[in-house]
Design a protein. Structure first.
Length: 200
C-alpha cells in the first residue's frame, strides 16, 4: 500500500495485519478517481468513512486537502491509521482520526458542515446484504446532505450489484439517493465508483 500522488508520492503505508480482510483500491482505480476529482482536492475539507489504514484519506492529504477527517471502527486498524498519518508528518489539525462506527450518529456529527469531498467505501457485505443495505445508503444520503454546493460524495461498490444475490436476474440495486444528484457511475472491472452531489 502506498501513496501514488502529491507531496507524499511513493511513500509506503503500513497495511492491516490481516490482508485477507482488506480491500485496498488498486492504484489504477485510485488514480482514475482522483483524476475525476481533479481541481476538487487541494485546499478543501475531506471526510472518509470506513477509512481502513488511510489509503484514500491520506492520498487526499498528499494531494493538498486542507483537512481530512477519517472514521475507522476497528481499534487495531485505527491505530495503524494513526501511525501512517504520523509517519507522513500529519498532525491533528490536518488529519483527524475517529475510532468509531461510520454508520453511527457520532460519525455523522463529526463530518464537517460544508465538507467538499466524502469518500464512502463500506465493506461489500453492507451493500450486498439487503438487510444491511438500507442503513448503509441512508447514512451516505445524510453525509451527502453535508456537502457544499460543488462538493462530491464518492461511493465504492462491487460491480455489478444485484438487488438480490440469490436472484441476479431481478436487476441491480437502485443507488439513487433522495437528497442527492446522481449517481454518475464509473465501472472498473469488478468494482464501480459512483459520484453524487447534494440536491439543492
Amino acid at each position: 500500500m502506498r501513496i501514488i500522488g502529491g507531496q507524499f508520492k511513493r511513500r509506503n503505508l503500513t497495511p492491516p495485519p490481516n490482508a485477507k480482510v482488506s480491500r485496498p483500491m488498486p492504484d489504477r482505480v485510485k488514480e482514475a478517481v482522483f483524476n475525476l476529482l481533479r481541481g476538487h482536492v487541494e485546499g478543501v475539507e475531506v471526510f472518509e468513512a470506513f477509512a481502513g489504514v488511510g489509503t484514500i484519506g491520506l492520498e487526499a492529504a498528499s494531494r493538498g486537502a486542507r483537512r481530512v477527517v477519517m472514521v475507522e471502527k476497528d481499534r487495531t486498524i485505527a491505530n495503524i491509521l494513526r501511525e501512517n498519518a504520523h509517519e507522513l508528518g500529519l498532525g491533528d489539525d490536518a488529519c483527524e482520526i475517529i475510532n468509531g462506527d461510520a454508520l453511527g450518529s457520532t460519525a455523522l456529527a463529526r463530518c464537517p458542515e460544508g465538507v467538499h469531498l466524502v469518500f464512502y467505501d463500506p465493506p461489500y457485505v453492507l451493500l450486498t446484504d439487503p438487510a444491511r443495505r438500507g442503513r448503509t445508503l441512508r447514512q451516505l444520503d445524510a453525509l451527502v446532505g453535508k456537502l457544499d454546493d460543488t462538493g462530491y460524495a464518492v461511493l465504492r461498490t462491487p460491480w455489478p450489484l444485484p438487488d438480490d444475490p440469490e436472484r441476479p436476474e431481478d436487476g441491480d440495486v437502485d443507488l439513487a439517493l433522495p437528497g442527492a444528484i446522481g449517481p454518475e457511475t464509473h465501472a472498473y472491472g469488478s468494482m464501480a465508483i459512483h459520484l453524487y452531489m447534494r440536491r439543492a
